[in-house]
Design a protein around this ligand. Structure first.
Ligand code: ADP
Ligand code: MG
Length: 249
């Protein structure tokens, strides 16, 4: 039986600004199951990040129902890696534990282990400026994992990287999330990324974001994101999602 972690029903969001009201989300409903990797795609400015901000409880919803499974914890990895340049890699990874007053010996050991497992231990006393873009993303992911969240929210985690690094880091991020047994919701505007990494792709309309389609990605042989790209069914999903997005050039 699939274990439902999160259920979103008829979510609506209006931003009230000084000059006017912006309707960002309308009638957004979807479920999230344990160990699922979900991508959200949609035109720029449609409301993708708004969904993540609401799930991370950084923004209030206007209406709708969000039910979290008991004690479900959520970790948010922002679009920019937001590393503190004046803190060492280790201290950057400990920021979340520090803020939430959970910097225990056990917490520190958990982070050191993550750094060891994911090839960053030898860099732990260095500063972010000495790392490549891809390694910085890995540090940002470890910082998010430090609090051991059940669900990871990733907002365009690869958007600052060139296209070759993107594929490699996508593979990296995917492997870390699967290895750690996490559930993920990732926002991206890259369809290849979405299809190759996900179990489910949610396609949003332009603002106000409504759900255009939800695709269960059933490839013939699901392996790693890079290999998934050459699956026979890949272009079927790509063509359909591209059509849903209705991009005008
Ligand atoms: P996306 O991530 O899909 O690019 P966002 O969720 O960031 O889109 O934004 C959706 C819409 O809501 C945009 O029109 C944006 O300008 C507006 N918006 C986002 N955050 C705020 C805010 N804090 N106040 C007012 N409007 C906002
Ligand atoms: Mg965004």
């Amino acid at each position: 039986m699939k274990n439902k972690l999160l259920s979103i029903v008829n979510l609506k969001k209006i931003y009230h600004t000084k000059n006017d009201d912006v309707l960002a989300l309308e009638d957004i409903s979807f479920d999230v199951y344990e160990n699922e990797f979900i991508s959200i795609v949609g035109p720029s400015g449609c409301g993708k990040s708004t969904i993540l901000s609401i799930l991370a409880r950084l923004e209030d919803k206007t209406s709708g129902i969000i039910s979290f499974k008991d004690n479900l914890s959520v970790g948010y990895m922002l679009q920019d890696d937001c590393l503190f340049e004046w803190k060492s890699i280790l201290d950057n990874c400990l920021v979340g534990l520090e803020i939430s007053k959970k910097k225990t010996d056990e917490g520190i050991e958990y982070v050191l282990n993550l750094l060891r497992t994911y090839g960053l231990y030898e860099f732990k006393d260095m500063y972010p400026s000495s790392l490549s873009g891809g390694m910085r993303q890995r540090v940002a992911l470890i910082r998010t994992l430090a609090l051991n969240p059940d669900v990871l929210l990733l907002d365009e985690p690869m958007s600052a990287l060139d296209s070759q690094s993107r594929m490699a880091i996508g593979e990296d991020i995917y492997n870390i999330i699967k290895n750690e047994g996490k559930t993920a919701i990732m926002v991206t505007h890259d369809l290849n990324e979405a299809i190759s990494m996900s179990d489910k792709v949610i396609v949003l309309s332009k603002r106000p974001a409504t759900i255009k389609n939800i695709y269960e990605i059933n490839l013939d042989s699901k392996t790693t994101p890079i290999k998934n790209r050459s699956d026979d069914k890949f272009s079927f999903y790509y063509d359909n999602i591209w059509r849903d997005l209705d991009v005008h050039i």
